[in-house]
Design a protein around this ligand. Structure first.
Ligand code: F6R
Length: 241
């Protein structure tokens, strides 16, 4: 694991965007694994900046997002599909049909998860961007006694719903289920970039990176991967070393 601690958020965002742009410039048909939440917004802004400066093109790129809420359609402003269009896809030259998120409105979620896994198997992820939940979740793989390998539907933990309530009008509007790529699928990516910021994540960063590998901290499984780049701001990295 390579860990880099940045003085400012802007530096972290620019570095992460650079890693993704470099991957695409080296391999124009690269497959990107993408995340939502507040952490990647600045990274996506920087990617759009690089695109506008004609430093990278996404015409040949395929993307897979980690997760989507169950019950929210892509035109729902709280859906992750909407988020991705708003923060990234609508600003770059990626063809819409090369962008993929699990369909949280599928009648048969089980079949939808298999469909997603089949697509991932056919297009392995070159670089996977991840954020980190306060409870150690990656994607929506919540802490527990077991972790699921492939894409699956999950019940969100109360703490995760509370953390995400800031994006919704009220707590009642926060979905209680999501579809997420499993930890097994995440670990298949060639390179993983874990971006974390903020003092409130300092404890879980330390646990995930230096604590025991355990299903009660799903991000600790990243310690088993050969190419993980951890990007932290000063606050998130303050408990390390
Ligand atoms: C989002 C996702 C989540 C978030 C995590 C951190 O697609 O998979 O695991 O990365 O909840 O969220 P933020 O960045 O909002 O703190």
């Amino acid at each position: 694991m390579d860990t880099i601690i940045f003085e400012t958020q802007q530096e972290l965002d620019a570095y992460a965007a650079g890693l993704i742009a470099d991957t695409v410039n080296r391999k124009p048909n690269a497959v990107l694994g993408l995340a939502t939440g507040s952490t990647p917004i600045g990274i996506y802004d920087k990617i759009v900046e690089l695109y506008n400066q004609q430093k990278v093109s996404f015409r040949g790129v395929t993307t897979f997002n980690l997760d989507e809420y169950v019950g929210l359609s892509p035109d729902d402003e709280q859906s992750y599909a909407y988020y991705m269009n708003r923060h990234l896809f609508s600003h770059i030259d990626i063809p819409q049909d090369q962008t993929h998120l699990p369909d949280g409105t599928a009648d048969n979620l089980e079949a939808e998860c298999r469909r997603y896994d089949d697509m991932l198997a056919a297009s392995p992820v070159d670089i996977q961007l991840l954020g980190l939940g306060h409870n150690g979740h990656i994607g929506f793989n919540e802490p527990g006694t077991a972790l699921t390998g492939g894409t699956h539907a999950v019940e969100l933990k109360p703490e995760t719903r509370e953390a995400n309530a800031r994006f919704f009008a009220s707590m009642d509007d926060v979905p209680d289920k999501a579809v997420t790529m499993g930890v097994g699928s995440i670990l298949k990516a060639d390179t993983i970039v874990l971006a974390v910021r903020g003092s409130d994540k300092a404890n879980i960063v330390k646990e995930a990176l230096t604590g025991p590998i355990t299903t009660s901290v799903p991000a600790s499984l990243l310690q088993t991967h050969a190419r993980v780049i951890v990007l932290l701001d000063r606050e998130a990295g303050r408990m390390l070393k």
